[in-house]
Every structure is written in C-alpha cells, then in structure tokens.
Design a protein around this ligand. Structure first.
Ligand code: ADP
Ligand code: MG
Length: 397
C-alpha cells in the first residue's frame, strides 16, 4: 500500500526526520489560509497523487497550466491560484501512464533553498534478503535517467539483520555522498530514524528524492514516497487509516473486499485460477501461446460460489477482456462444486466473450458433465496447454 507525500512526511517527522512545515488542502478556498500559516516568503504547491515524476509531469487540461505538479508561489494569493489550477485536474507523469491521475489533494509547504539534491532510499533487496540503503549524489527529478546511463553513480549498502542499522553505515553513506562536518552526524541520525521507521512499520520501500543539502548546510527531506507490505497491514491500524482508495484500481479494490488476490494487467485474456502458483503458470502459458493476460487472479483454495461469481464480475468489468480462461485444480475443492459456481456466475453476470474452462482433480468427470450439460457456450479443455491454446484461438481467431 502506498500513501501520499504529505502523509509520508508526517510519519517520517514523527521519527525525527527533518521536513518542511506544510499544510494539506482539499479545496482551493483553503489554500490561502493554509499558506498563511507557513513562514514563506516562498511556498511550494505540490499535487498529491500516488506517483512520482510530478515536477516533470503535465496536466491534461490546458487551464491547469503547462508546468507540472510541483510549483513555486511567491505569495499566498499565488499559492491559492496554483491550488485552484491543479485541484480536480488530471496529472500525467512517467509513473502514472498516459491515463494520468486526478489531483484531489494539494500540499503547500515552505520553500527551501537548495544547494544540492541527493537520492536516498531503503528497500528490501530480494537477492540478499536484506534491507539495502541506496544512495546517489544525483538526486532530483532525473534519477531514472541516472540509473539507465550512469548506474555507477547509484550506490548500495546492505544491512546485516543481525546487527541492524549501525552508525558506520550512516558514515559510509555520508562520505560517499561527499557530506562533511555536521552533515555526517545528521546523516547518521537520519538513516537511523529511517531504518527504525522502515522496520517498525513494515515498509517495502522508502524513497527520499530529493534529500537536499540546504544553503545553510543542513539536510532536509524534500520528497518522500513510502510503500508498505500489504500482508503486514493488519498490525498497523495507523497506516491503514492513511489509505486513499481513490488512488487504487477500482477492480483491485473490489477484489480485496472479497479476499481475492487480483492484479489488473494490460492484456486481453481474463484468468480465473485457484492458487498463486497455478495463476503464474496460467499467465505464462497464455504468453507462450501468443496472447497477454488481462489479470492475475487467485480465487484461493476455498473458493465459494459467491467468490467465483464476484471474480467473474470483476473480470468481465474490464473492457479489455476479450476472452476468459478458468483454470481450476480441485484439490480440497471438488470440481463439481466449482463447475456449479462457474455456471451460476455465468448465468448471473452474463457472458459476451468466449469462455474456456479447464478442470482437474477431485470429481473432475462430474464437473465436466455439469459444464457440458449447462447449455451455455463454454469451451471445455483437457489440460493447461489445451486450455491456453483454445482461449487464444477463440480470441485471436
Ligand atoms: P516529484 O519527484 O514527484 O517530481 P518532488 O517533491 O521531488 O516531486 O519535487 C520536484 C522538485 O521540486 C524537487 O526535486 C525540488 O527541486 C523541487 N521542490 C520540491 N519541494 C520543494 C520545496 N519545499 N522547496 C523548494 N523546492 C522544492
Ligand atoms: Mg521527487
């Protein structure tokens, strides 16, 4: 789960990280008062969406101005004007994709005098199974470009879980970034606080881009992006409360209500599968036969008729879906029960695209019989590759 920049900054501030003073506003009328509560004389008006690259992004609506989602204001009136221009508009960045994201919240914060922009992140490194600190002197808005063209400028430091974060980690990072004097101490403290926040709140990613050296020599967190492990959210009600459902894919949100593991993808073949491993294999084999999956969907081991129906509704609500492949292994579940669930779901939801069903496991003959006798236009398949071949053929001709 991701949260907004202003929420991330509040959280990191509670762990002792240096951030600017700021106010979040939902309505343009609130902007002037909010800006007035800050010091000035320079304000930064920042669109809050769950995507980076806002500064270099552009709005779809011309009246929102040319200059992207992070803008400077020299007066509280100008801050209000900028907030009015951005609220309700669609911001497109390299991370949102061409559809962009609607801006529903604006963060107004004090402007900082920037000497240097650095990059700092903590993440779970799957290769070493450790938390890594990633740092670069080339922070700011072009970090992707840095990673692509000069990867040697991105440094990585692995933290041994047995010791946890140690001050020498911080010193190493500080020296590699060319920090001096009191800045080194600040970095050692900052990284200690970030590491504590990261582990205590079960984060998957913590990215500060930029971390700035101000003209007065002090460090400050100027942008913050946090991602949390969804499987650990149950023990962080404070983080759950920060969830902004308007930022999430509506289909994924609906699926989570029914405890379905669903991820929307860009392809044309909707998949309904039980078990994450089988779901992965199904996606792979669809690709092997020359098509692309429209989603990952694991209905789980104990899929009920209700769950199957809901899964169908979610799959068919995706207008990119040109065909559906149901691939179920009846282990604990019985194939006849699943067949009944599928038939009931098709009857309730309706079916405008080809449907291939592959069943295997307990009571498979009975399951197949139920499908064959249903009178519905369902294509039966005997095994995984047969199912993939049939659905791709039905969709692509
Ligand atoms: P994004 O990464 O989504 O583009 P950032 O918050 O990193 O958004 O802002 C983009 C750039 O705007 C920063 O790299 C920095 O140069 C500038 N900026 C952001 N916030 C401030 C601020 N409070 N004061 C001065 N400059 C800022
Ligand atoms: Mg940034």
């Amino acid at each position: 789960m991701n949260i907004h920049e202003y929420q991330a900054k509040q959280l990191l501030k509670s762990y002792g990280a240096p951030v600017s003073d700021g106010r979040v506003v939902l309505k343009a009328e609130e902007a002037k008062t909010a800006a007035g509560e800050l010091d000035g004389p320079l304000w930064v008006v920042k669109a809050q969406i769950h995507a980076g690259g806002r500064g270099k992004g552009h709005f779809k609506e011309p009246e929102a101005g040319e200059k992207g989602g992070v803008r400077l204001a020299k007066s509280v009136e100008e801050a209000e004007t900028l907030a009015k221009q951005m609220l309700g508009k669609t911001l497109v960045t390299h991370q949102t994709g061409p559809a962009g994201k609607q801006v529903n919240r604006i963060y107004i914060e004090d402007g900082s005098d920037i000497e240097r922009e650095l990059y700092l992140a903590l993440l779970v490194d799957r290769v070493t199974s450790r938390i890594s600190i990633v740092a670069s002197t080339e922070g700011g808005m072009d970090i992707e470009e840095v990673a692509a063209s000069t990867p040697e400028k991105i440094l990585s430091f692995s933290i041994d879980p047995a010791t946890g974060y140690m001050p020498f980690h911080g010193r190493r990072v500080a020296f590699s970034l060319g920090l001096e004097g009191p800045q080194v101490k600040q970095m050692v403290a900052l990284l200690g606080n970030l590491y504590r926040a990261f582990t205590e709140k079960d984060m998957e990613m913590l990215e500060i881009n930029p971390l700035i050296v101000m003209t007065d020599g002090n460090l400050k967190v100027l942008d913050a992006k946090l991602g949390f492990d969804g499987n650990a959210l149950y023990r962080h009600s404070d983080i759950q409360a920060l969830r902004d459902e308007t930022e999430e894919d509506p289909k994924e949100l609906e699926a989570s209500k029914y405890d379905l593991n669903y991820i929307a993808l860009d392809g044309e073949i909707g998949c309904m599968v039980n078990g994450a491993g089988l779901a992965m294999a199904t996606m792979d084999i669809i690709k092997l036969y020359g098509a692309e999956p429209a989603n990952f969907l694991d209905v789980g081991g104990g899929a009920t008729k209700e769950k199957v129906t809901e899964a169908f509704k979610i799959i068919t609500s995706d207008k990119n879906v040109k065909g559906i492949l149901v691939n179920i292994f009846g282990g604990i579940m019985r194939c006849d029960i699943i067949a009944e669930g599928v038939i009931a779901a098709v009857k309730e939801v309706g079916l405008e695209v080809p449907l291939v069903v592959r069943l295997e496991g307990t009571n498979v003959e009975k399951g197949k019989e139920i499908i064959a006798n249903s009178g519905l236009n369902v294509i039966a398949a005997d095994n995984l590759s047969d199912g993939a071949e049939k659905i791709v053929k039905a969709v692509k001709g």
